[in-house]
Design a protein around this ligand. Structure first.
Ligand SMILES: [Cu+2]
Length: 557
């Protein structure tokens, strides 16, 4: 049976039977109709699609990181250092657009989530394998459109990743194509969310009730609701930007009777929930990594599961905390400040339960655990600074300063970034059937963690002292901290490059590990299938009779 036929009927076979010899070989070596690169880009296998997202996303991440490196070089001294002001505006815009829409939004969900979700719920694939492949093609198309926007039209957009009106309406740079690119990427996210929602509702193995789902799955499930419900709002907003730029009708530009504050509301109604689309899968992965590497049943499973849902719910009603100084009413400011405090509670529940899980755990300082512990430290700083800027009197002072830049890098890069790197090291042996070299992986962690704090901690200080974000030039008194911050970026980037190099070469030179569970503490279903898994994950769909982290279960012994 040919691959396409196999993969085409793969969905059908998944629903009605099994693909011949699929259980005998791992999914890398399954021979179908297509060969070479086509066996990947036309494959409907969720594992291959997850890895294809991973490759694309890490490529975009590397481009985004290089732009970050360049921004730091420019800011080593006031005035012109390596580029002019217009180029600087384009570079930080691109850094933001790439990191947000091409790395953290698809994030853990589309990559490792795609690989692991079906296995973790005891299924052979997602509900809609072909839609899953289509969403990856949309992601690729959106990415290529974003890159094309750099070199066509009026040149790379210079608006910042938020595309604020009225400047995004009036600037001659290529905002229209960039907005169209994000629009297409939005659909990739919506379709992935739709697929994951239906998969969790319809593809769970017998006995896998909702309160037996691993916490990573709860986080992906909560994220999927936000992807489906919130993303269309930014889609419509981007269409309005494109229409206003192309046909001159007044929606957001006050000169044409439009309202720029309306733009901010529409943009943040998506983009604040979007920060949870980014971080929630990371929070889920942290729970699963803690249970394995602390060799403990997770503390407060039900509370952690529900806190993911609560974050998705409350995270959808706090958007105007980005607009405290936009001129909105004091009542609105008060209400959104209060709601922002409330959304901190479910996050705090997670941190409390993680620390309680560590208490009396037999903590194995394996690389995934190192990233997990670093995550908790960085996430706390990101979270606390978030509560500070949720207070009106503080935000009025630090809005649009480097304090904000430090805050969101601690919570999104320190949070999701470190959870992502940790998850990559945690499930690497399961995905690739080899273990990476330990010593370089730990040195890379150390450099990344130290470099991160040397890079972003000074930004809190500069921001508190009034250093505005997105400014090309600055007063000389800020230079000392900019220099420290730039040196931090060099340390961090060398750590990340060492990590990439080590993980890539380990695909060839890493110790083969065919064990079902190389960590020895795994209790969720992915640790019961071979490493790497066969095409259909299970030769027989398992029957689940216990919770995901229950210690006293035979197959967990
Ligand atoms: Cu927000």
């Amino acid at each position: 049976m040919s691959d396409h036929a196999a993969s085409a009927s793969h969905g059908a076979a998944v629903r009605h039977g099994t693909v011949p010899n699929a259980a005998d070989v791992d999914f890398y070596h399954f021979k179908g109709r297509w060969s070479g690169i086509f066996a990947w880009i036309f494959s409907t296998d969720h594992k291959r699609i997850g890895l294809m997202y991973l490759v694309l996303m890490l490529t975009f991440f590397t481009v985004g990181m290089t732009l970050g490196f360049v921004i730091r070089l420019e800011l080593m001294a006031p005035g012109k250092t390596i580029m002019d002001a217009q180029t600087y505006n384009a570079v930080f815009t691109l850094h933001g657009v790439i990191m947000v829409f091409l790395f953290v939004v698809p994030g853990l969900s589309a990559s490792l989530g795609n690989f692991l979700l079906p296995i973790m719920i005891g299924a052979k694939d997602v509900q809609f394998p072909r839609i899953n492949l289509f969403s990856w093609w949309l992601f690729l198309t959106g990415g290529l459109m974003a890159v094309t926007a750099l070199f066509t039209g009026g040149g790379p957009p210079d608006t910042g990743w938020t595309f604020y009106a009225p400047y995004s309406i009036r600037t001659g740079t290529n905002v229209t194509l960039a907005a169209a690119a994000v629009f297409v990427l939005g659909f990739s996210s919506i379709l992935t969310g739709l697929n994951f929602l239906t998969t969790v509702h319809r593809m769970r193995a017998p006995g896998m009730s909702f309160f037996r789902l691993p916490l990573f799955v709860w986080a992906l499930y909560s994220t999927a609701w936000l992807q489906v419900v919130a993303t269309p709002v930014v889609g419509i907003t981007l269409v309005l930007i494109m229409v206003e730029r192309s046909f001159g009708i007044g929606v957001f530009d006050p000169v044409k009777g439009g309202d720029p504050i309306l733009y901010q509301h529409l943009f943040w109604i998506y983009s604040h929930p979007a920060v949870y689309i980014m971080i929630l899968p990371g929070l889920g992965a942290i729970s699963d990594m803690l249970a394995v590497h602390a060799r403990r049943t997770i503390f407060g499973y039900g509370f952690i599961a529900m806190s993911s849902v609560a974050i998705a719910l409350f995270g959808s009603i706090v958007w105007a905390h980005h607009m405290f100084i936009s001129g909105q009413s004091l009542v609105a400011n008060f209400v959104f400040s209060l709601l922002t405090m409330i959304v901190a509670i479910p996050s705090a529940i997670k941190v409390f339960n993680w620390v309680a899980t560590l208490y009396k755990g037999s903590i194995q300082l394996e690389t995934p655990m190192l990233y997990t512990l670093a995550f908790i430290f960085l996430f706390m700083i990101g979270g606390f600074s978030g509560m500070m800027i949720g207070v009106l009197s503080v935000d009025v002072h630090v809005h649009d300063t480097y304090f904000i830049v430090a805050h969101f890098h601690y919570i999104i890069f320190g949070g999701l970034g470190f959870a992502f790197f940790g998850a990559l090291h945690h499930w690497y042996p399961k995905m690739f059937g080899r273990m990476y070299h330990q010593v370089p992986s730990k040195i890379a962690w150390f450099l990344t963690f130290v470099g991160f704090n040397v890079l972003y901690m000074p930004m809190f200080i500069m921001g508190w002292e009034g250093m505005p974000r997105r400014y090309y030039d600055y007063l000389p008194e800020y230079q000392k901290w900019h220099v420290v911050s730039t040196i931090g970026s060099w340390i961090m980037i060398s750590g990340i490059l060492l990590m990439f190099w080590n993980l890539l070469r380990s695909l060839k030179t890493g110790k083969p590990c065919r064990e079902l569970d190389p960590w020895g503490g795994g209790r969720t279903l992915e640790w019961t299938v071979p490493s790497p898994p066969p095409l259909e994950n299970f030769d027989k769909i398992p029957t689940v009779t216990h919770g995901p982290y229950d210690p006293d279960v035979p197959e967990h012994k």
